[in-house]
Write a protein that binds this ligand. Structure first.
Ligand code: ADP
Length: 601
């Protein structure tokens, strides 16, 4: 039976019980009322008639005894007796009452006749004829009175019995109804909620991805129908998942094939650093069997594989989010040939469905063979270095000649000639700086860069760097705001190179800051490092260009004063050779802050 019908029947039953209780109550009340009314009406009337007849007969008797001549009065009493008797004749209710009433009527008639037969009632006549009939009348009316009184008592008892019966029946009916209602009350909520709990649990299982769950369709009601629909849905979901899984496996195979075809070395790790995929080139280069790599915890495998260790070492040490990380190229021997691989680590970040924040899902380590490129690059730098070296002599000669020209012994110069000489000297100085930068970078590339670390005072280093650019600051009407934290510790750096780097930061800041603006040089002690930074109010650098500016020959903005695009590349090499770090914070349009972070002594 349907749940709807069951609920309807249950409520209908309870409704029926209420109606029945009401009906029974009113039926018994009416019954009691009718019993009581019966007692009141007919029998009571007869009792009153009988009392009146007795009183009237007593009156007649008294009149006869006291006033023997007043016949008129006697006949009026008999008239009222007659009318009462007529009423009594119409009010016969009990068995035997009819007969007694007829007898009484006859006796009363006889008494009237006797009373009317004598003009004068002598005492002898009274005692002989009247007294017996008066007694007879009184006996009969007494009997009628008794019959009715007895009946009244009986009816009263009957009403009491009816009341008791009503109380008993109502009590039984109420008890049975209460028991049934209790059964409904206790059973109905469970009957409705139990299947719902089963459904709730099954839905939770589905949410957990267990599509094998099914609900037994025991009943033929709505729950049964729902269970059938639910089971069909679960089966369809399972089918769908299988088909999706097959699709996913196919897609994964296709992706693996693509990755395997790539020349790059590709290694995929999950968020817990377990290897999830590695292409053929990677397996070959690592010289490992596939099953010893895939699914394994990468740092464990790396303990016996130095190349893997170098590939993932940055993932082992956390770095600050704002640090621009660049990875050193790796030298690897492959096919008996030394090759150079550029490394890049890409973090896989995703927003899980229903959330708003990014979650790290894993990393992909990519090695690109840059041997050819590096060789060409080396040849290019070598060529530029040779050229620069060759240029050093003429530049020095120009410098010396300019100095000689300024010498008074060479004769006086006009103001115009002096100005032209300053232009020659300035441009020659720029060429000299460029040559030095090119030579520095070629030295760096050939690995002949030497660093002498010593404990240095931060403020002194900053002062020296500012001193070197004072002239340019004045020229562009720029002012410097120095913010140096008190009690800064000494730092362990190569003083010459650090001043060179800060000088380069300041030169760039001056170059890219708007005229008359404010520069800021700041030194603070934070996170166990001393950070020295130079901030300008220039155009700033976009996020994607921030990494590029530390690469060789990068020039994002071509200024009139020119540049080689080597300054920051050299700075990076210098700073990293000292064991410190370098970077930039910037937002386009909001200036740039170039910083170095050095270790305190
Ligand atoms: P350059 O000699 O060209 O200045 P650098 O290596 O010092 O070479 O700088 C590389 C490039 O970085 C610059 O050409 C410029 O585009 C960008 N750059 C450097 N400093 C700043 C700065 N403070 N504001 C904006 N861009 C800058």
């Amino acid at each position: 039976m349907k749940v709807k019908n069951k609920l309807f029947l249950s409520l209908f039953f309870l409704f029926g019980v209420i109606i029945l209780l009401g009906g029974m109550g009113s039926y018994y009340l009416r019954w009691l009322a009718s019993d009581s009314a019966a007692i009141m009406k007919d029998n009571n009337r007869t009792l009153s008639y009988m009392r009146t007849i007795e009183e009237s007969v007593d009156e007649v008797n008294y009149i006869i005894l006291t006033n023997d001549t007043v016949k008129q009065e006697i006949s009026s009493h008999f008239d009222s007796i007659k009318s009462i008797m007529e009423k009594q004749m119409a009010n016969i209710t009990e068995p035997g009452e009819q007969e007694l009433t007829e007898k009484l009527s006859r006796s009363l008639k006889k008494l009237e006749e006797i009373c009317n037969s004598q003009d004068l009632i002598t005492p002898h006549f009274y005692s002989t004829f009247i007294v017996p009939i008066v007694h007879q009348v009184k006996d009969l009316s007494g009997s009628i009175y008794l019959i009715n009184e007895k009946t009244m008592i009986q009816k009263n008892e009957q009403a009491n019995a009816t009341a008791e019966k009503a109380v008993l029946y109502m009590g039984i009916f109420c008890s049975v109804s209460i028991i049934i209602a209790l059964v409904f009350m206790l059973g109905l909520p469970a009957y409705i909620s139990k299947p719902l709990e089963t459904f709730e649990e099954a839905i939770r299982e589905i949410a957990r991805g267990n599509y094998k769950v099914s609900i037994p369709a025991k009943t033929k009601d709505e729950y049964g129908e729902l269970a059938n629909s639910f089971n069909t849905m679960a089966a369809k979901l399972e089918e769908y998942e299988h088909s999706n899984l097959a699709k996913l496996i196919k897609e994964q195979k296709r992706l693996n094939a693509v990755i395997n075809q790539l020349d790059e070395v590709i290694l995929g790790l999950d968020e817990n650093k377990r290897v999830i995929f590695a292409n053929k080139h990677c397996i070959k280069l690592l010289d490992l069997e596939r099953h010893k790599l895939i699914g394994k915890y990468a740092p464990d495998v790396a303990t016996n594989n130095p190349l893997l260790n170098t590939m993932i070492k940055e993932l082992m040490i956390g770095f600050l989010e704002d640090e621009t990380v660049s990875y050193k190229p790796l030298k690897v021997v492959e096919d008996n040939k030394e090759k150079l691989f550029a490394k890049n680590i890409v973090d896989i970040v995703e927003k899980p469905t229903g959330t708003n924040r990014n979650v790290l899902m894993g990393h992909v380590v990519i090695l690109t063979d840059v041997t050819n490129f590096a060789e060409k690059d080396k040849a290019k730098t070598h060529f530029i270095a040779t050229l620069s070296h060759e240029l050093k002599t003429p530049v020095s000669v120009i410098q010396m000649s300019a100095e000689l020209l300024r010498n008074k012994k060479s004769g006086d110069l006009t103001e115009n000639q002096k100005e032209l000489l300053t232009t020659i000297e300035n441009n020659n100085e720029r060429i000299r700086r460029m040559i030095n930068e090119v030579l520095d970078i070629s030295k760096i590339e050939s690995g002949t860069i030497d660093v002498t670390l010593a404990k240095e005072n931060v403020e002194e280093l900053i002062e020296k760097a500012i001193e070197g650019v004072q002239l340019f600051l004045d020229e562009k009407k720029l002012s410097i705001n120095k913010l140096i934290m008190p009690k800064l510790p000494l730092i362990k750096v190569d003083a010459h190179k650090t001043v060179w780097v800060l000088n380069n930061f300041l030169t760039n800041a001056i170059r890219y800051a708007p005229k008359g603006s404010l520069l800021e040089v700041k030194a603070i002690h934070k996170d166990h490092r001393v950070e020295i930074s130079v901030t300008d109010q220039g155009a700033g650098i976009t996020h994607e260009n921030q990494k590029k500016v530390f690469q060789k020959f990068t020039r994002l903005v071509k200024t009139e004063s020119g540049g080689t695009g080597l300054g920051l590349a050299i700075s990076k090499e210098f700073i990293e050779a000292m064991g410190a770090s370098i970077g930039v914070y910037s937002k386009q349009g909001e200036g740039a802050t170039f910083w170095i972070k050095c270790l305190p002594e």
